[in-house]
Design a protein around this ligand. Structure first.
Ligand SMILES: [Zn+2]
Length: 457
């Protein structure tokens, strides 16, 4: 039963599985977090047995029920080709027994190269030079389970060779990598982020990964290190790229050190990937076409056996890329509001998550509804960016039926119904900028060709 849940969770792309006692009758509720949302799976009897089974799998003492415990489970999924799965178990005593949470860490993602991460070619060309720089700070932000650590480890993997000393401080160490010195913080032993970071700076590192910048002290050391000849990679809790800049300023970092040290910020989150077996090109309804720009192809998953009728299979990350341009550095010195910083970033080289999502939706990798759902409420969502594109915003806002993905209003308005019809109006996808290693939607035989100008053969 436990194995089945783990496999289901892996298949659904869940980040965590929760097991919690419901009542005195030993019933246990099982839920999974998928795309950041907790969803019920089922309620079972014999809850204590399930918890005990989990503890055995993690090598923990079944009889120790009064204290919180942590363990690690190596799980090989059946069905082949899915690779190993690394799981972290944590248990906490509670009313009715113990609650257990399993965090899924996909070790098949370990050793991924930058090309495997789902960056568009355009974004990768902009991002890669930062990873090769001799010093500076690279920040990735996003919700828990958005793949930040995987992204940073791909950078480390690309730099992992004899001439480069790579050291990390993490809580906890998620991936085991030969050739990299990884240190786990331990609050019991007083090994905090700042303390480990100071120690490893005395070990002549070239590249440092700081698992997360949570406090001003860590932020300060990380910034200092990146100004003194080290490439520092880290994550920070923020929803969007500009949020990282604001967090650093809020933590009391000086505009000078931020401007000097920070190279770029990447925000990321996962979208559901369209099923390759049943995805189909559709013509967007007029209001949507106005929002996403004319002539853009979009796709929908019709649902088939391969994807359990959902139309989706697997996940693909969406990214927002914000370089620390000269204009943005200058803006950080001023009395700025988040909106003002955002506006400057937008004018100076930022690729918003919506733009990235749009490109991926046009390549048939995800649906436009997914992109709108995931960018809803972001400062860079289409409604907020509309003022930069007068032609789009003027027409979109004049139509009552225009979708308002960034609004705080009701959900249905923000999620336009998937368009169904195809027609000769559908233009072919521009596939010039698809993701390396990712198969875009194939041109269908018999798909309508664009009209040719007269006189051209
Ligand atoms: Zn399908």
């Amino acid at each position: 039963m436990v194995n089945q849940w783990i496999e289901t969770a892996h298949d659904r792309g869940a980040s965590d599985i929760h097991f919690e006692p419901l009542d005195k009758d030993d019933r246990l509720r099982v839920r999974m977090r998928v795309d950041g949302e907790l969803r019920g799976v089922e309620t079972v009897n014999d809850g204590r047995k399930v918890i005990a089974r989990l503890k055995v799998m993690a090598g923990l003492d079944v009889n120790e029920r009064g204290v919180p415990l942590d363990g690690r489970i190596k799980f090989s999924a059946s069905g082949g080709g899915r690779g190993g799965l690394d799981l972290r178990l944590s248990t906490t005593p509670c009313m009715g027994g113990e609650k257990a949470v399993l965090r899924l860490i996909d070790s098949s993602r370990l050793g991924m190269s930058l090309e495997d991460l789902g960056y568009t070619k355009r974004m990768l060309d902009l991002y890669r030079p930062h990873t090769l720089a001799p010093y500076g700070l690279l920040l990735h932000v996003g919700p828990t389970g958005s793949g930040k650590t995987t992204s940073l480890y791909a950078v480390l993997t690309s730099l992992n060779r004899t001439e480069i000393n790579i050291q990390t401080v993490e809580d906890p160490v998620e991936y085991d990598v030969a050739g990299i010195t990884q240190t786990q913080v331990s609050h019991d032993l007083g090994l905090t982020f700042p303390r480990v970071l100071r120690a490893l700076l005395r070990q002549d590192p070239n590249v440092i990964l700081v698992g997360e910048i949570r406090d001003p002290e860590t932020a300060e050391i990380a910034l200092e290190a990146s100004m003194t000849g080290h490439l520092v990679l880290s994550t920070l809790h923020a929803n969007e790229a500009v949020g990282a800049l604001i967090r650093l300023l809020d933590m009391g970092m000086t505009p000078y050190s931020i401007a000097y040290a920070l190279r770029c910020v990447v925000a990321q989150r996962f979208a559901r990937r369209l099923c390759e077996q049943c995805r189909k090109k559709v013509t967007p309804p007029e209001a949507l076409a106005r929002l996403i720009g004319p002539g853009r192809a979009i796709y929908t998953g019709e649902g088939c056996k391969a994807c359990q009728r959902t139309g989706f299979s697997g996940r693909i990350p969406l990214y927002e890329y914000m370089p620390m341009s000269d204009a943005l550095k200058k803006a950080a010195y001023g009395e700025t509001t988040p909106d003002a910083l955002q506006a400057v970033a937008a004018r100076s080289g930022m690729i918003t998550m919506f733009e990235d999502g749009l490109e991926k939706a046009s390549a048939g990798l995800t649906s436009i509804e997914e992109v709108l759902r995931l960018t809803k409420g972001l400062r860079t969502s289409p409604r907020s960016t509309a003022h930069r594109r007068p032609t789009t915003s003027a027409t979109a806002s004049s139509s009552g039926a225009a979708p308002r993905p960034s609004g705080t209003g009701s959900a249905p308005a923000a999620r336009p119904a998937p368009p169904r019809q195809t027609g000769p109006q559908a233009r072919p996808t521009s596939q010039s900028d698809v993701i390396p290693g990712v198969r875009p939607a194939p041109a269908r035989p018999g798909a309508p060709r664009p009209p040719r100008p007269p006189g051209v053969r």
